[in-house]
Design a protein around this ligand. Structure first.
Ligand code: PLP
Length: 493
């Protein structure tokens, strides 16, 4: 109680300022001083910055950090986001001076070119690695998020049809897809049509697809495993239907964590793919930090890739090449989020071939363990069959007592866990989408499962306790709509 009130009493750092208090004091200067800054640029008034000791500052920011929740604090099963632990060694490598201090305008070859060859090699080699992992023939690392990758690929597909004189303006997207898919297709100028999910299989309805495909179909965007965490085994038939009208098959690879080393989109005739380096390959996802959504394509789409591209010259040196007349052009400043690519490069080398296979096997095992352990306490929508890297449960059973997915999520906060994704995919009522990832131990999963079972029990015996949750946080339930619509960012006491 007392400890909690200290946390609650946290105020802004300016309120803690005491006139004259210092973090560092220097001895009195015993030589004449002379400012090199011209008089007219010198500040006339005080900066108004808080005056504090070093300890005040450390306690202030440590206190703030304790109000935050991250992977470094505890389990974070936010479905679809792959909130897995990212090894610190990858961060360390990305911070190496030889990479981190490079200026993006350094010359590539002469006069300092040696400095950039290492960075160019990382781009070149990571593209090759992603080609191998996805079964594609060329990659660009430039897109700066998954959605940006989707848009890049949709623009390339538009360029492909334009060049062939195809009059195609429709992109088909399953109803369980991530919301970025229709947004990307629409921004690239396509009309979007939705394909329903088959209730028997929990995957794209192949007959409905067949009915929708015609000469106007430009592409099908597919996530496999889909956002229900289920693998679409009909992919061969889907590919035949789509390709019969020269439409392109697009793979949303944000869920690649489930299939690393097991399934290559290129082998299943996908024409273009994006992967999320910030989910699958060692960069924390979420919080608006930098991301990376590289796009891979098969041979026939290669000429449309954005510029620049890293090429190997005959003398073995690497250079940026801009000479691609059919390219869709620039989609990002410089070379994308290089630091994120570098972390992915380090991560792939760190794990190696078998390590990447272990990632997906353990991610799938963990998700099935959670699903199996909770199947008597929560409903499972669609078919009850093994899932891939995430499982979707629902709070449908709990709604008879007035407890909804939101209450389950808030109850988890009081039990020390970040909630799973809720109310997504949209086609599942009261959805709870749990993605444990491969980096969690059996003990952590058991703790989470126990918390979920406790919540299911409370939903039956004391539903009101869940309506009040969370009660252990500095602030309890917020009016989330009002928080977004009428933002108040000014500190008041
Ligand atoms: C996360 C995700 C995206 C979008 O990726 P961003 O980097 O957030 O833009 C697209 N599709 C699926 C299936 C995802 O999980």
């Amino acid at each position: 109680m007392l400890i909690e009130s200290v946390v609650l009493k946290m105020t802004i750092i300016y309120k803690k300022s005491v006139v004259g208090r210092r973090g560092v004091t220097l001895p009195k200067c015993d030589v004449p001083t002379k400012s090199v800054i011209p008089e007219k640029f010198l500040r006339k008034t005080d900066t108004g910055l808080p005056e504090l000791s070093e300890l005040d500052v450390v306690r202030h920011f440590t206190g703030l950090s304790r109000r935050n929740y991250g992977l470094d604090t505890n389990f974070y099963p936010l479905g679809s986001c792959t909130m897995k632990y990212n090894p610190k060694v990858a961060e360390k490598i990305a911070a190496l001076g030889g990479f981190a201090d490079l200026h993006p305008l350094l010359p590539q070859l002469r006069n300092g070119g040696a400095l950039t060859q290492g960075a160019l090699a990382v781009v070149y080699e990571l593209e090759q690695m992603l080609n191998e992992i996805c079964g594609m023939s060329a990659f660009t690392l430039q897109p700066m998020a998954g959605a940006h990758g989707e848009l890049t690929a949709m623009m390339m597909i538009a360029a492909y049809h334009r060049k062939k004189g195809n009059r195609k303006n429709v992109v088909l997207i399953p109803d369980e897809a991530h919301g970025t898919n229709p947004a990307s297709a629409a921004i690239a100028g396509f009309e979007v049509r939705t394909i329903p999910t088959n209730p028997e299989t929990g995957a794209l309805d192949v007959e409905a697809l067949r009915a929708h495909v015609d000469e106007h179909t430009a592409a099908l965007m597919l996530t496999n495993p889909n956002t229900l965490g289920l693998f679409n085994a009909d992919i061969g038939r889907v590919s035949d239907i789509v390709h019969a009208v020269d439409a392109q098959l697009y793979y949303d690879g944000a869920n690649l964590n489930a299939v690393l080393g097991k399934f290559r989109p290129g082998d299943a005739n996908f024409d273009a793919v994006h992967v999320n380096l910030h989910k699958t390959f060692a960069t924390p996802h979420g919080g608006g930090g930098p991301g990376s959504g590289p796009v891979g394509v098969r041979k026939h789409l290669e000429e449309f890739l954005p510029v620049s591209r890293v090429v190997k010259r005959t003398d073995g040196t690497l250079a940026l090449d801009y000479d691609y007349p059919e390219s869709i052009g620039y989609i990002a400043p410089f070379y994308g989020n290089f630091g994120v690519c570098l972390k992915a490069y380090a991560y792939i080398l760190l794990l190696g071939r078998q390590g990447l296979i272990d990632v997906s096997e353990n991610a799938v095992l963990n998700a099935n363990y959670v699903m199996h352990s909770l199947k008597d306490h929560f409903d499972i929508p669609y078919v009850n069959r093994p899932c891939m890297h995430e499982c979707v449960l629902t709070a449908a059973k709990q709604t008879t007592n007035g407890v909804h997915a939101l209450d389950v999520a808030k109850g988890l906060i009081d039990r020390g866990y970040h909630p799973p994704t809720i109310y997504f995919p949209l086609i599942v009522k009261e959805a709870l989408m749990i993605e444990p990832t491969e980096t969690e131990s059996r003990e952590t999963l058991d703790g989470f499962i126990a918390a979920m079972k406790d919540i299911a029990d409370k939903a039956a015996s004391d539903p009101d306790s869940l309506h009040k949750a969370p009660v252990t946080t500095p602030v309890s339930r917020l009016d989330e709509t009002r928080a977004a619509r009428s933002m108040d960012l000014i500190y008041k006491e």
